[in-house]
Design a protein around this ligand. Structure first.
Ligand code: RB5
Length: 150
């Protein structure tokens, strides 16, 4: 059974709640890393919780949500091994899995319609990485990690 970590800030709180309800009867274990109410919080604090869960192999993949998705994108992609992908359309949701082996889906809770977000999540969860030439490119990204000079 796939384990999914999810977190947001206040800008993504409502969409996170809706997503958790949407995924409740799915074949997934959902670990909610907060927040537990819509009060204002700082997105880095919650983005790193999902990163940590993935890098420690406690979950398979993660979903993070802030107002635009930009703050969470900046945070999660600072960590080697994380491939966070901000999605606002269905094709990107599919291609970021097939080509980029996305391990964190990033959504903007204030800029995306709820129904579209659910469809994006469904596609992202159910699309497999294609490997092959795409794996070669990810290997190159992994070699860049931690280098100051390219
Ligand atoms: C919070 O007000 C907002 O800045 C945050 O949710 C996010 O959009 C940042 O990128």
């Amino acid at each position: 059974m796939k384990k999914i970590a999810i977190a947001s800030d206040h800008g993504g709180y409502e969409l996170k709640k809706n997503l958790i309800a949407f995924l409740t009867n799915s074949n997934l274990v959902i670990n909610d890393f907060g927040p537990t109410n819509p009060d204002s919080v700082d997105y880095p604090d919650y983005g790193v919780k999902v990163v940590k869960a993935i890098l420690e192999n406690k979950v398979d993949r993660g979903i993070v949500i802030c107002g635009t998705g930009i703050g969470m994108s900046i945070v999660v992609n600072r960590f080697p091994g994380i491939r966070g992908t901000l999605c606002s359309d269905l094709n990107t949701a599919k291609l970021c899995r097939e080509h980029n082996d996305s391990n964190i889906l990033i959504l903007g809770g204030r800029v995306i319609a709820k129904d579209l977000a659910m469809k994006i999540v469904g596609i992202w969860l159910n699309t497999e990485f294609e490997g092959g030439r795409h794996q070669r490119r990810i290997d190159k990204i992994n070699k860049i990690d931690g280098k100051v000079n390219i």
